[in-house]
Design a protein around this ligand. Structure first.
Ligand code: ZN
Length: 299
């Protein structure tokens, strides 16, 4: 066993959603954002349609999720942000105007941290336990800023597939790791000039199911990252429902939030036993189960 999960669980799964709306476009291309209604409207699909579809799905499958929302998005799309909060989902910080912190020095990053926390507090009454950096961009000094502001965890780094810690001058910060492999944007977003075509949801279901099955055998922490303006499309909501159904066929999956994982990890009762196994003894059964993933239309 690589990692000890609560109640004898074998692996953990989080559905997480980065509710960016227009914010990332406003930060990266401020001049274009003054005129390109097309780009703005693509992203407004999130607050207008995607968020509510995702909330309906989560209600249907009875799962609590983690949402990361930039301050700008909270201020400009307050009603859907409140619906996320009122449905009982976790809300974490995600920049103010989705600032990729690689463009910022430590002083700017500190100011933007204060701004986003003030918006979450004043508009939603939320003090976030977790932070997800916009575009998963993290500076070496970022963990120290997060610790200073009382964050329990970050979920932006890819250095493991179980929870771990990042050192900072203000003490260790819990990391709930992510991966591009489990992000909807590189698979589903149309970007002129990029090498990837828009993916077939059936292929993505198969890819994410295989990744889950392999991580489950490795006691992994499967954090899926989706965006309401990307995954709010109807066929992709169906994909998420199928994925949850697939994961529920495995025994011992802890469906939870990033915050709960971070609290478990911070509690310290999770070390693997001395000379621990790298695989669960029943890996044969898991291997058998991971073979078939049927796309929705094939049933
Ligand atoms: Zn984002």
């Amino acid at each position: 066993m690589r990692y000890r999960w609560p109640d004898g669980k074998q692996s953990a799964v989080v559905l997480s959603f980065d509710f960016d709306a227009e914010s990332g476009f406003l930060f990266r291309e401020p001049e274009k954002a003054k005129r390109s209604l097309g780009d703005l409207e693509e992203r407004r699909f999130g607050p207008r349609v995607g968020v509510d579809r995702i909330l309906a799905l989560l209600d249907k499958v009875k799962l609590r999720a983690s949402f990361f929302i930039p301050g700008w998005t909270v201020e400009n799309h307050l009603a859907p942000s409140k619906r996320i909060r009122d449905a009982g989902h976790e809300i974490g910080a995600h920049g103010n105007v989705h600032e990729a912190v690689g463009f910022l020095d430590a002083t700017q990053e500190e100011r933007i941290m204060q701004e986003q926390l003030a918006i979450l507090r004043d508009q939603l009454g939320v003090k976030p336990a977790g932070y997800r950096s916009p575009s998963w961009d993290v500076n070496v000094w970022t963990p120290g800023i997060l610790k200073r502001h009382g964050f329990l965890y970050d979920t932006s780094l890819m250095g493991n597939d179980i929870p771990y810690e990042i050192d900072s001058e203000n003490g260790p910060l819990v990391e709930v790791p992510v991966q591009w492999l489990m992000d909807d944007a590189p698979l589903f977003r149309h970007v002129y000039g990029s090498t990837n075509a828009i993916a077939d949801p059936g292929r993505v279901l198969q890819m994410w199911s295989k990744e889950f099955a392999a991580m489950h055998a490795e006691n992994g922490c499967f954090v899926l990252t989706c965006h309401p303006f990307v995954s709010g499309r109807a066929s992709r909501i169906d994909l998420l429902e199928d994925l949850v159904a697939y994961m529920r066929r495995s025994r011992g999956v802890w469906f939870t939030t990033c915050e709960e994982i971070a609290r478990w990890h911070a509690g310290g009762d999770r070390a693997a036993p001395e000379g621990g196994l790298t695989r669960q003894p029943k890996s044969g059964r898991i291997a058998a189960r991971r073979k078939r993933v049927r796309p929705r239309g094939a049933r």
